[in-house]
Design a binder for this molecule. Sequence first.
Ligand code: 6PG
Length: 470
Amino acid sequence: MGNGGEIGIIGLAVMGQNLALNFARHGFRVCVYNRTAERTEAFLRDRVREEPITPAYTLEEFVRCLEHPRRILLMVQAGSAVDQVIEALLPLLEPGDLVMDGGNSHYTDTERRMQRLAAHGIQFLGVGISGGEKGALLGPSIMPGGSPEAYGMVEGMLTRIAARSEEGPCCAYMGRGGAGHYVKMVHNAIEYAFMQGIAEAYDFMKTALGMSIEAIAETFERWNEGTLNAFLTELAARVLRYRDPESGDPLVERILDRAEQKGTGRWAAQSALELGVPTPTLTAAVFARTISHFKADRERIGATFPWPDRHTGPFSGEILSDLEAALNVVVLAAFSQGLWLLSEASRAYNYGTDRAEVLRVWRAGCIIRARWLGFLREVVREDPEDPHLLFSARFRAELQRRLPAAGRILQWAFEAGIPMPALSTAVDYVLAMRRSRLPANLIQAQRDAFGAHTYERIDRPGVFHTEWMD
Ligand code: 6PG
């Protein structure tokens, strides 16, 4: 091994900086490059101390700084910036080099880039990285996809800098092609649903039960001790407890109720629609963010559409444990839908994704890390080929015993005028998936009646058409 950099990082926004420090603190020699030299200088001045990090101020210098075969991690904004960097790098690279994209890129872009680089003998990995800024520095959850050979070139390094759970490092090969970014996209869709479920529980406590923000934070803290133990549950409590330094009020109450999104949740919904996999809870969480955007419209409609907006009860003493059960239903439904989507995508795109490994990688470091993951992994391992968690008796039992409580919460929510799209879709999803006969027969009959679209029968094989209007 020479003295050159063992890994190069392009893009020194906070994620790139933190990953560079993380690699370097694990003893890897790192070369860094950023499009603007000022940011590189500021990084070296403000954050780099003893770490073996070498700056480069041109791409040529950067490429020269790295030992062969080169390993380069792109940490630039997903989209056209990734293509621009790849095109600029391409003439400077040699066959056998490896480029990784650590951003939230669309899996189809990843496949396209993989083919483009393969034509030049250069390897490419799409690497999902979760855990935010802190995770990048202290140990993220890492989801690499591409060729097994390419993964072999960086497995040792990535597993060293990853978060660790009791089941080992939170980095594993996610499969061929765009599998890494696909898995990260599904992670984010589950993240959206989990966050939406938490937001609905907060709304319910505030609006229906009239609880103070402190009491709501305390409730999330208590839930974090039980089955809902999760990074996002804990974070909700911490965020609710934070007070605006100016007013002294909980800051969350002063934040505009319009949720942004960068696209991964929407892509997951689009992919689910394309593949024909039902992900109503994941998709509802995307639409909930979209609806939140129409603030002015909501105000206008609400002004002339009276509804209680508060419930006076009487609530049973069990109302909070009902709500806790309801949030568990959302979380379980979200994972069940996400894992079904993953299994279908793996089949359709030939990823070869091992979902038990996905769940292991999600156990620490990532945003959706949660106590449920250990259980979910056991369920998947019972029958790894089975796309449905709902086929598992243990999984069904967990849902079944919480479903009545979830239903009670939905009734109260309706009376108080509280939308709970994540919860209602989760309950509907379970109810529909357990129903051997749905009313789709009537839909088929109508399709045939107005468009001669034909139908099948339950009492004999074949395809039928009827002249319904005669
Ligand atoms: C993570 C996060 C991270 C980021 C997403 C959220 O796993 O670390 O998912 O990737 O927070 O960009 O996406 P939205 O901006 O769409 O909420």
